[in-house]
Design a protein around this ligand. Structure first.
Ligand SMILES: NC(=O)c1ccc[n+]([C@@H]2O[C@H](COP(=O)([O-])OP(=O)(O)OC[C@H]3O[C@@H](n4cnc5c(N)ncnc54)[C@H](O)[C@@H]3O)[C@@H](O)[C@H]2O)c1
Ligand SMILES: N[C@@H](CCC(=O)N[C@@H](CSCO)C(=O)NCC(=O)O)C(=O)O
Ligand SMILES: [Zn+2]
Ligand SMILES: [Zn+2]
Length: 379
């Protein structure tokens, strides 16, 4: 039955309140308006940012909402004026939009886009400042402009990347967030050079992707730091050459790293979201040139600090969103790289579940063995 132009009723995991189990509901998804695309989401993974917003610590977290931002699917229908995708196209929703027209997009200095960010930050679509999700008339907020924990979602046309249809959607859904973020933090934000010494704080999906990116960039040493020593074995397969567990040292971890590296690392990456680790990550950098990139997302109210002398003496503090990749332009190339076996994706998937099991999937994220859980949305 043709669904174009109709309201679709489908299953979605609704976060009614912070920290309360998500509920699988029958949700009404309105047709896409001008400049919008309705996507049938076939697979979605969970990212720690979903857990962060669900926890209630995200100042932009609004409830009730449909979370989810790491997914792949097929375009079901498009609204007026949408030219770059059409029904049947295979796509990855992109929480970081790319309109190619705004001040940010035209600057050539950033992958951030200003076109729809004000609307996505308050859980609505830009056209009419309303949600396309509802349950019996009650609106349910969007999340990050993607809301992929629903069998159908509506996104802005600037927030969807068309990809090669041969790519397995159950794998490349990961290219919607964590893996590109880690790779891009190294390649685009830090621009790690061959021979560099790199420190990666946090060996989850994002940290491992940093290690993978650093190995590809020719780093000579990749030091992984995690409070869970079990992480090292797996991390070796992603390029980590040495491991430090801060719990096994009396000295501050930055001092341990400075001593091990003749004055500090060339690049460090914080992939946890812990502001005190962010300080260590900056302070383990080499005087004069060491650069630290903040990747982890810290909760509302958290602030970073260091002695300004750390910056006066040449260390550089940076941050990255989606690894600096321009989403619509570059996600398709990442998919191609995966198809050519130039980047890993399958190796980050440790669990496969269904939408009905989404709360179990959130629980699994606390398990040390878990990297990404991929949900099959239609089983
Ligand atoms: N900037 C972006 O665009 C972006 C994109 C994706 C994810 N993120 C953020 O990146 C962070 C990492 O995401 P992930 O999915 O890899 O998370 P994860 O929870 O899988 O990994 C975090 C790792 O850090 C380790 N850890 C925790 N506390 C530690 C400490 N004090 N010292 C050392 N290690 C510690 C954990 O054992 C775990 O291995 C999250 O904050 C997430 O929200 C940011
Ligand atoms: N609402 C959050 C923002 C958290 C944040 O920084 N998000 C990252 C992506 S994390 C993906 O897993 C990001 O891209 N930020 C840039 C942007 O949101 O435009 C908060 O306020 O803490
Ligand atoms: Zn994410
Ligand atoms: Zn833009």
């Amino acid at each position: 039955m043709a669904t174009q132009g109709q309201v679709i009723t489908c299953k979605a995991a609704v976060a009614w309140e912070p920290n309360k189990p998500l509920v699988i509901e029958d949700v009404q998804v309105a047709p896409p308006q001008a400049g919008e695309v309705r996507v049938k989401v076939l697979y979605t993974a969970l990212c720690h940012t979903d857990a962060y917003t669900w926890s209630g610590k995200d100042p932009e977290g609004l409830f009730p909402c449909v979370l989810g931002h790491e997914a792949a699917g097929i375009v079901e229908s498009v609204g007026e004026g949408v030219t770059e995708v059409q029904p049947g196209d295979h796509v990855i929703p992109c929480y970081q939009a790319e309109c190619r027209e705004c001040k940010f997009c035209k600057s050539g200095k950033t992958n951030l886009c200003g076109k729809v960010r004000a609307a996505t930050g308050v859980g609505v679509m830009m056209n009419d400042r309303k949600s396309r999700f509802s349950i019996n008339g009650k609106p349910i907020y969007h999340f990050m402009g993607t809301s992929t924990f629903s069998q159908y979602t509506v996104v802005h046309d600037v927030s969807v990347a068309k990809i090669d249809p041969v790519a397995p959607l159950e794998k490349v859904c990961l290219l919607g967030c964590g893996v590109p973020t880690g790779l891009g933090a190294v390649w685009n934000t830090a621009k790690v050079e061959p021979g560099s010494i790199v420190a990666v704080f946090g060996l989850g999906t994002v940290g491992l992707a940093v290690a993978e990116g650093a190995k590809a960039a020719g780093a000579s040493r990749i030091i992984g730091i995690d409070i869970d020593s079990k992480k090292f074995d797996r991390a070796k397969n992603f390029g980590v050459t040495e491991f430090i567990n801060p719990k096994e040292h009396e000295q501050p971890i930055q001092q341990v790293i400075v001593d091990l590296t003749d004055g500090g690392v060339d690049y460090s990456f914080e992939c946890i979201g812990n502001v005190s680790v962010m300080r260590s990550a900056l302070e383990c950098c080499h005087k004069g040139w060491g650069t630290s990139v903040i990747v982890g997302v810290a909760a509302s109210g958290q602030e970073i600090s260091t002695r300004p002398f750390q910056l006066v003496t040449g260390r550089v503090w940076k941050g990255t969103a989606f690894g600096g990749f321009k989403s619509r332009s570059q996600v398709p190339s990442l998919v191609d790289k995966y198809l050519k076996k130039e980047i890993k994706v399958d190796e980050y998937i440790t669990h496969n579940l269904t939408l009905a099991d989404i709360n179990k999937a959130f629980d699994l994220m606390h398990d040390g063995d878990c990297l990404r859980v991929v949900l099959d949305m239609f089983v």
